[in-house]
Structure formats: structure tokens, C-alpha cells
Design a protein around this ligand. Structure first.
Ligand SMILES: Nc1nc2c(ncn2[C@@H]2O[C@H](COP(=O)(O)OP(=O)(O)O)[C@@H](O)[C@H]2O)c(=O)[nH]1
Ligand SMILES: [Mg+2]
Length: 183
């Protein structure tokens, strides 16, 4: 009976933005792995090798506590939200601005930033500077930098079963749900 009153989870179309080598594919695989570990009935782990071998853009589907996601690891037409992967060693690249502009034009209105490869960056000041840079770029392109979550992640560590890495991905997932599954 209660199912009659249960609201269906929203369907979110998500794109990953970010420069080559900034960990987009690793992150996508880690999202599916951590979800699969936590809820094997609802989710399938898509291994890195499988994502890398697809001819076109990789697209995966998964379900979190609050939403169902169709997630493409590049800008997808019709995407409502985007995950911006920014490497915690390098910060935003010259092409990031252009990617954000294209995302805005494609209709993306909300972004969550994943600071990737954080296991390799121990200088907290650098992370903070990168966060400020990204926030300014977001403002310049018409997003709300101040309210955009910036989540440090270690996706490769998560894929290897490391607990801190896994927790970083869980934190990212809950930030995504808060940002994208708002009603
Ligand atoms: N140490 C570390 N390396 C990572 C992490 N995520 C990705 N990498 C490495 O960064 C490189 C680029 O990652 P990849 O996912 O292919 O980036 P893409 O080009 O944006 O898809 C690969 O050698 C990954 O193994 C991470 O969290 N920690
Ligand atoms: Mg890739």
C-alpha cells in the first residue's frame, strides 16, 4: 500500500567535464564500484577497462539513495547537471572555461566539482587555491561558484578498495544527490 505514496526517484542526466588526464574515467568507474559494493541489487560495477574500450563516449546508469543517474563521461546534450573533474595537482586547465561555457549553453544549470587525485596532494593551501580558482571560473560562466560543492576525491584508491578513497566517493555521491536531486 505504502508504495502507492512513494515518490519515484528523479532521473538525472549528468555529464562529466574536465581536462584529459584529470581522472574523469577513473572517477566514473569508482562511482559505479562504490555503489555496487553498497547496493549490489541496484547497481553494477563498470570496470575501467570497459569504460576505456567504448568507441564513443562512455555512458553508465546507476541508482543512489535519492536519484537514478544516466551519466556520460563527456558533455551530453540534454544534461541537466555536470560533474567537473579538476586534478588536485594541476587545478583548472585553459580549456575548462570553454567547457563550462558549452555546458551552460547545453542547459546544464548545476555543477558539482570533484577535486581528483587528492591522495597525491597533501598541501591543503593548494587545494584551497584551486577551489577559489574553480569558483571564480564558475561565476564567470554564469554558475553559482559559492554554492557549488567542491569535493576532494581519490577515485583510484577507491577502486583498489582503500577505505578513505571509498569514503571520498560516498561523500561525492551525497553531494551529487543534494545538488541534483533537489525538488
Ligand atoms: N593517484 C591517483 N591517480 C589517479 C586517480 N584518479 C585517476 N588517476 C590516474 O590519472 C590518470 C588519468 O586518469 P583518467 O581517469 O584516465 O583521466 P581522464 O583522461 O580524465 O579520463 C590515470 O593514470 C589514472 O590512473 C586518483 O584518485 N589517484
Ligand atoms: Mg577518460
Amino acid at each position: 500500500m505504502f508504495s502507492l505514496f512513494r515518490r519515484a526517484k528523479p532521473q538525472i542526466h549528468l555529464s562529466t567535464l574536465g581536462a584529459d588526464g584529470h581522472g574523469r574515467t577513473t572517477l566514473l568507474s569508482a562511482l559505479t564500484q562504490v555503489l555496487h559494493r553498497d547496493r549490489p541489487d541496484a547497481n553494477t560495477h563498470v570496470p575501467l577497462a570497459q569504460l576505456g574500450s567504448s568507441a564513443g563516449p562512455a555512458v553508465v546508469q546507476y541508482e543512489t539513495a535519492r536519484a537514478r543517474y544516466t551519466h556520460q563521461d563527456s558533455l551530453a546534450p540534454g544534461a541537466g547537471g555536470a560533474l567537473l573533474a579538476v586534478c588536485a595537482l594541476d587545478g583548472p586547465m585553459p580549456g575548462t572555461e570553454e567547457q563550462l561555457r558549452a555546458a551552460k549553453e547545453a542547459g546544464v544549470d548545476r555543477i558539482v566539482v570533484a577535486l581528483t587525485r587528492c591522495d597525491l596532494q597533501s598541501d591543503f593551501d593548494v587545494l584551497e587555491v584551486i577551489g577559489v580558482e574553480v569558483s571564480m571560473l564558475l561565476d564567470e560562466q554564469g554558475f553559482d561558484g559559492d554554492s557549488t560543492p567542491v569535493v576532494p576525491v581519490a577515485a583510484q584508491a577507491a577502486l583498489r578498495g582503500n577505505e578513505a578513497g571509498t569514503d571520498s566517493i560516498r561523500t561525492l555521491l551525497s553531494s551529487m544527490d543534494k545538488a541534483f536531486a533537489r525538488r
